[in-house]
Design a protein around this ligand. Structure first.
Ligand code: 5GP
Ligand code: ZN
Length: 105
């Protein structure tokens, strides 16, 4: 499996990383759709929202927590931001490694 986000997790591909811990990582989107456009992903490869399992519930909540922390750091928390998760092709998913978009500014 050749996954660009797994390669970013493994530091085999470059990305502007804003945050990382033992189970997640956040980095700037390469083609920003807003002044702030950050992707928050689990380190483990989960291809789509449909593959989220019962035991991943804490991990998924963790991604949302990181997103709001980054929104605060970026100064967009009070003004407002969007969190977007596209699932499968018709929703516009192009990278099949689960990711939360943080969009704002
Ligand atoms: P999707 O459409 O799957 O929800 O979003 C994929 C996002 O990943 C897009 O916004 C796209 O710009 C971003 N992206 C794709 N390849 C790379 C990459 O190699 N590096 C970074 N930083 N972002 C990427
Ligand atoms: Zn992956």
């Amino acid at each position: 499996m050749d996954c660009i986000f797994c390669r970013i997790v493994e530091k085999k591909a470059q990305a502007k990383i804003l945050y990382e811990d033992e189970r997640s990582i956040a980095f700037e989107d390469i083609a920003p759709q807003a002044p702030v456009h950050v992707l928050i992903i689990p380190r483990r490869h989960i291809s789509t929202a449909l593959e989220i399992r019962e035991e991943d519930k804490d991990l998924i909540g963790h991604l949302f927590l990181i997103a709001s922390k980054i929104a605060s750091e970026k100064g967009i928390a009070e003004r407002g931001f969007r969190l977007v998760l596209n699932c499968n092709r018709e929703a516009g998913q192009t990278v099949f490694h689960l990711h939360l978009h943080l969009l704002g500014g």
